[in-house]
Write a protein that binds this ligand. Structure first.
Ligand code: 8YV
Length: 332
């Protein structure tokens, strides 16, 4: 099929406010329509935007479903996502419509791993509870048995999904004297395993049974939806902490809350939720959880790097090349 010429100055619609320098550069390079109000676009607004641009730059807060893709078919050529995860984009519909999708891998790895490590430390050491107590003004003073948590060093960390972020977490976890095992679709090369001091566990159930802290770093795809199901949650021992900085729907959230409420699992650190930004009120009532508002990659540096990566992908596309971060179904 002969592809139409790629416009030198394509019409671009950005759905949310991006760092000022990124917006300025986009205005220079492209016919860019930027977000004024920074509000998530609803289905109609997204469909209308898709119909009148060559390139759409969405974020995780935009649901690019088959209907949006259909509206864009004919004009829309590239969806240059601002962010790594692409579970909010119907990749199959995009492929059928001949629309290329790109993401921004690598630029938010270290920030997300830092936040994961912060949760790994916060939950067993009761950081949020302690902070809340001080702020409430009801702290009455130190005592030997006060605010006891659990030691991190010497525990076993099980990582689910050993891509860039999983590996960055493993590097940090080593420094905290955690023993690391991981489950992944593919085993890593031996030299990488040695470097990370991480042992491959081919059976996910075994990984869940054999570890003290579980951290999730796989992408959200149809195969990983509810991966940590009620049955699998029941494999976790009472002393286990579960950390999720990947995507909410990977865990059966209802079942997790049941287990947290009944004390059948020790605690959870969650930066992502099943129905963001809505939070199940039962979670808010629990003391053994640390809840964050999807801020794992939220750094000034990371957002700037993400924007630059979006621009690189677009420029490569304009030049007729395959953008470096083109996403293929089944790869992510
Ligand atoms: C980003 C994320 O903040 O990149 C991702 O997949 O989950 C987040 O950390 C968000 O995607 C920006 O669109």
């Amino acid at each position: 099929m002969v592809q139409p010429e790629r416009p030198r100055r394509p019409k671009l619609i950005v759905t949310r406010r991006l760092p000022a320098l990124i917006e300025a550069r986009m205005r220079e390079l492209f016919d860019a329509e930027l977000s004024e109000d920074d509000l998530p676009m609803g289905p109609e607004a997204l469909a209308a935007a898709a119909a009148r641009c060559d390139i759409l730059v969405p974020t995780i807060s935009d649901h690019i479903d088959a209907a949006v893709i259909e509206s864009g078919t004919g004009r829309l050529r590239l969806i240059a996502n601002f962010g790594n995860g692409v579970d909010h984009i119907d990749l199959k519909a995009a492929r059928s419509a001949g629309i290329i999708v790109t993401n921004t891998p690598g630029v938010l790895t270290e920030d997300t791993a830092d936040m994961t490590m912060a949760l790994i430390l916060s939950v067993p050491r009761r950081l949020a509870e302690g902070e809340k107590l001080v702020r409430s003004g009801s702290w009455t003073g130190w005592s030997p048995g006060f605010m006891l948590g659990h030691r991190i060093g010497g525990k076993r960390l099980g990582i689910i999904g050993m891509g860039r972020i999983g590996q960055a977490v493993a590097r940090r976890a080593r420094a905290f004297d955690l023993t690391i095992s991981y489950h992944n679709r593919h085993r890593l090369p031996e030299v990488v395993e040695q470097d990370l001091a991480a042992r491959y566990e081919p059976d996910l159930d075994t990984l869940l049974v054999e570890n003290d802290i579980i951290s999730i770093h796989c992408p959200h795809r149809p195969e990983t939806e509810n991966l940590i199901s009620a049955r699998r949650l029941a494999l976790l021992a009472k002393h286990v902490y579960l950390i999720n900085t990947a995507r909410g729907p990977i865990i059966d959230e209802e079942a997790l809350i049941d287990r947290l409420e009944s004390g059948e699992i020790a605690g959870a650190g969650l930066d992502v939720f099943a129905h963001e930004p809505a939070i199940d009120p039962r979670l808010l009532a629990l003391d053994n959880v640390v809840l964050l508002p999807h801020m794992g990659s939220a750094t000034y540096e990371g957002r700037a790097a993400t924007g630059e990566r979006v621009i690189t992908n677009i420029r490569q596309w304009i030049d007729g090349d395959r953008p470096r971060d083109q996403v293929f179904e089944g790869w992510v």
